[in-house]
Design a protein around this ligand. Structure first.
Ligand SMILES: Nc1ncnc2c1ncn2[C@@H]1O[C@H](COP(=O)(O)OP(=O)(O)OP(=O)(O)O)[C@@H](O)[C@H]1O
Ligand SMILES: [Mg+2]
Length: 331
């Protein structure tokens, strides 16, 4: 590893993964700096879990290279495994053991020195706020508690890189907010680099850098702010009595590009405030409602792919947004 790369925790170069005729990962390259949160975003089947599995040495690449903490994932799998913690989409906790027993078992598996096990287990239990419930069987835990315990488990051997594949999948908004509160503390408090995947665009706001993957290809990358610049203005959305008519009018008269999603028409205006009166003037009483907002990451995705990240995308709850805002205020 050259000196200039010493602060790169993850490096992926021209990575390809083919499952028979399916090209799941199609020549992707990226780097993740130490102590940062990297978000890998994309719709179902985009290639996120496949990429994570290669980085975690659970799957071999068809071609290309991946490095964790400077170690080649193919040549030094055991070094890579020592450097990483994993929280997967599907839970792998032993439900017939207590939380405490699960963690101790995992510590043994990862060769944590015996004299340190008790301390480490207790400290991660405190960190995720489960210390009081440590002696309950995991099968009695709620979904949110299980996820937290899995994150705690992923930290037991003090990994340099923590992989989180859809960490909040299936959680209610409050548990999601809660989980994010401590995930975002990890880089500072444990000096961990985080690689996470999510479908939820609002969750990705906490990332230092994001790569958007679609059909196995990275179609954009940058900080959330950089990505939002791709949208290039305010997003105005309207509902009308006659979308076909409205669409034609907006495209012809206002020279704006219109996208239709869930019966709403979306367009980007340099200045939403002046665009709205123009819209209403030209469409008259055909307009039913108008909304204006600063671009979100979901708008970026819509702009790049013509689809929302989840076709059933629904705006996220306020509690998640609040938690994310609180996080950003602190940084
Ligand atoms: N073991 C496998 N054998 C064959 N094809 C697979 C296998 N695993 C994944 N695929 C295919 O590879 C593509 C990428 O899948 P992957 O699981 O990486 O997507 P993903 O981005 O994690 O999706 P999701 O958001 O649904 O978790 C999909 O077309 C999927 O069907
Ligand atoms: Mg997946």
């Amino acid at each position: 590893m050259s000196h200039s790369e010493s602060n790169i925790a993850i490096k992926v170069k021209n990575l390809v993964k083919r499952y028979n005729h399916i090209l799941a990962v199609n020549d992707i390259s990226f780097e993740v700096e130490e102590g940062t949160i990297f978000g890998f975003l994309g719709p179902n089947g985009a290639g996120k879990t496949t990429t994570i599995s290669i980085l975690c040495t659970l799957l071999s690449a068809t071609s290309g290279n991946a490095y964790i903490a400077g170690y080649d994932c193919t040549k030094y799998p055991s070094e890579v495994r020592k450097s990483i913690g994993i929280v997967f989409q599907d839970s792998t906790l032993d439900k017939d053991l207590t939380a405490y027993e699960n963690l101790v078992f995992h510590a043994y598996l990862y060769n944590v020195p015996k004299s340190e096990i008790k301390n480490r287990v207790e400290s991660v239990l405190h960190f995720v706020n489960l210390y009081e419930r440590k002696d309950e069987l995991v099968k009695k835990y709620s979904g949110g508690m299980k996820r937290k315990l899995e994150v705690a488990r992923g930290l037991i051997h003090k990994p340099q890189v923590l992989f989180l594949d859809e960490p909040t999948l299936g959680l209610d908004p409050q548990s999601r907010a809660n989980l994010w509160d401590f995930i975002t503390k990890l880089p500072k408090e444990h000096n961990v680099t985080i690689f996470m995947t999510t479908h939820y665009m609002d969750e990705a706001e906490v990332c230092d850098k994001i790569a958007i993957i679609d059909n196995g290809k990275i179609i954009a990358s940058g900080s959330p702010e950089e990505l939002k610049k791709i949208v290039g203005g305010d997003v105005v959305s309207i509902t009308t009595k006659d979308n076909l008519y409205a669409r034609k009018h907006i495209e012809n008269l206002l020279k704006l590009e219109v996208l239709e999603k869930n019966n709403e028409l979306y367009m980007t205006c340099n200045q939403g405030e002046t665009c709205i009166p123009d819209l209403i003037r030209s469409l008259g009483d055909k307009v039913l409602s108008v909304k204006i907002q600063r671009p979100t990451l979901n708008d970026v995705f819509l702009k790049l792919t013509g689809k929302t990240i989840r076709e059933d995308y629904a705006p996220e709850s306020n509690s998640t947004k609040e938690s994310i805002r609180a996080y950003r205020r602190k940084h």
